[in-house]
Design a binder for this molecule. Structure first.
Ligand SMILES: [Fe+2]
Ligand SMILES: [Fe+2]
Length: 291
């Protein structure tokens, strides 16, 4: 089974880059599923129902969000109605939207395991107060496996601190098929299959030949790289050098589509490969040139 996961889609340039990239990715990798984080799709903050529909049409199969989940609050009915979009799981139980999603791949006769995806928010340097992500993961994994023992589980850690993401990767090692990070909008060079955690809690020196939990600290964003995390360089520099307010408009320069290609063995539910991908958009071609 092959799954492509794309990082935070930032503004119109991010959405256009993803729209342009998906046919290329489908041709090149033949993924069973394309998942994307869309928390910055609406002008850099939040997601609207209209943009959700546009991204579905562009070929995104399922959506995660992050700390900006409710910034455009008219997305809430979509969160409640649709089965392919989730809010972060470790918010209040009263927060609206699904805590995890169940995704099916292949035809029924293929009898492939279901894929479950959930997002936890980090607590270090994050403004949205969320509950313990470690405890939340334990609870959700138990719930999912009780209902579906052959579940493939993919966990997104939407967090600022690298240490918290790495720690959650090891915490979930061997229990889920993939732990990937989002939120920092800058890709990291640490995509790998984690070596097994041994019975005494130590880490094996050697990766298992049969695969394991795939891990990456941050997917990077789908958005303009001539920017500060997707925002206009001049505006951010004005703010940072003068302390005077400046509107952080979404940048337009040099958009990319960034993420991972993940291969999973449906029998072992282990990841056998994780490869980072980054596609430079051609802004002289549609949808950038179409009006
Ligand atoms: Fe983001
Ligand atoms: Fe975020």
């Amino acid at each position: 089974m092959r799954i492509i996961i794309l990082g935070d889609i930032v503004g119109t340039p991010g959405r256009q880059a993803v729209t342009q990239a998906i046919p290329v990715l489908r041709e090149q990798y033949s993924p069973d599923l394309i998942i994307a984080n869309a928390e910055n799709a609406s002008n850099g903050t939040g997601l609207t129902p209209d943009l959700y529909k546009k991204l579905v049409k562009a070929g995104v199969d399922a959506f995660t969000l992050g700390d900006h989940v409710y910034k455009k609050n008219h997305i809430i009915p979509t969160l409640q109605r649709e089965s392919n979009i989730i809010r972060p799981a470790n918010l209040s139980h009263k927060a609206l939207g699904n805590r995890y999603m169940k995704l099916s791949v292949g035809s029924p006769e293929d009898n492939l395991p279901n894929i479950y995806v959930f997002t936890v928010l980090g607590r270090i340097f994050m403004s949205l107060p969320a509950s313990d992500p470690f405890e939340c993961c334990d609870q959700l994994i138990d719930d999912i496996k009780r209902h579906d023992p052959t579940a493939i589980i993919i966990t997104e850690v939407h967090a600022e601190a690298t240490s918290e993401k790495v720690a959650l990767g090891w915490y979930l090692n061997g229990r889920v098929s993939c732990v990937f990070g989002t939120h920092t909008h800058t890709p990291t060079a640490d995509a790998r299959i984690l070596p097994p955690t041994l019975g005494d809690g130590s880490i094996s020196d050697h990766p298992s030949p049969s695969g394991g939990t795939a891990y990456i600290t941050d997917l990077g964003m789908c958005g303009p790289t001539g920017s500060v995390l997707g925002r206009r360089v001049d505006r951010v520099l004005t703010y940072m050098t003068t302390n005077m307010p400046a509107p952080f408009d979404v940048a337009t320069v040099s958009p990319v589509t960034s993420g991972i290609v993940l291969d999973l063995n449906p029998n072992t539910r282990l990841a056998t490969s994780i490869e980072r991908i980054e596609l430079q958009a051609d802004t002289q071609q549609p949808p950038f040139t179409a009006h």
